[in-house]
Design a binder for this molecule. Sequence first.
Ligand code: FES
Length: 127
Amino acid sequence: TRVEFLDYEVVDDYGWSLTDPDLFEKAAEADLGETDYGRLLVEPTETLLEAAEGRGFTWPFSCRGGACANCAVYLAAGELSQPANTILPEELAERGFRLSCNGYPASDRLQIVFNLKTLPELDDLML
Ligand code: FES
């Protein structure tokens, strides 16, 4: 699975919105650093977080077990699996939030925004 990723700090700094349909086009044109925006490949046998770490990125996490939401990402396109019984409320899952520590790629392409710690909706869930 090919993943295009973007750091939420950039989204916030530029005053962009997660739900902007042109978000990744803007990011591609913004001359961002390679840890802020880029692409990576995820094997079917690895979680999104493992894939990012395996390529040398340091994305936020804490428990690695679906219980803290520090590793949450926003899915702008594609699908990432979401095991039942995690910290993420149904409502946030419906809006496209997933956990990267236990989410496996479920589509050929993914566009995700990581590092959501400053997003108010997720703030309360993070330990
Ligand atoms: Fe805690 Fe993923 S690291 S839910």
